[in-house]
Design a protein around this ligand. Sequence first.
Ligand code: FES
Length: 162
Amino acid sequence: MNDNNINVLLNNYCNRREFVKDTLTGISTVAFGSFMLVNQSGCSEGSPTAPINNSDETITVDLSSSENSALAMIGGTLALGANVLDSKGILLYRQSDTNVLAFSRNCTHNGCTIGSFQNGTSACPCHGSQFDTSGSVVNGPAVNPLSQYSATITGNIVTITT
Ligand code: FES
């Protein structure tokens, strides 16, 4: 074997090595990307968690609107989607004529979006934590209560702030 043949063999070896390396990198990237998509779709209904950093923001809910009518009655609940206060949305509970409670839908276990109140509890689809209408944990693995917003009701308008 002369020097030219050795160079050709080395070049082929390096090319094969590069090919295998590039292929494995590509497979890893696709596999990791698929994992991220599966992980995100399995653990979230909405957009990723974002910090709430604007204390001047408020949202209002008009109870005279038919889509919000559940909250017009004492004991009624409403689930709001993502909004300027909370990227996971907000759960509302009409505690009395004059009092509405508002909670983040951000699960305190690991940040998934919890569902609407059903029979007085909201469940997390990820690991099964449950929260009652006071925001307290009734079933783990979450241990901390839901974050609460300030909510006031004036006439038919519920105003929610940080
Ligand atoms: S993220 Fe909600 S129970 Fe784990």
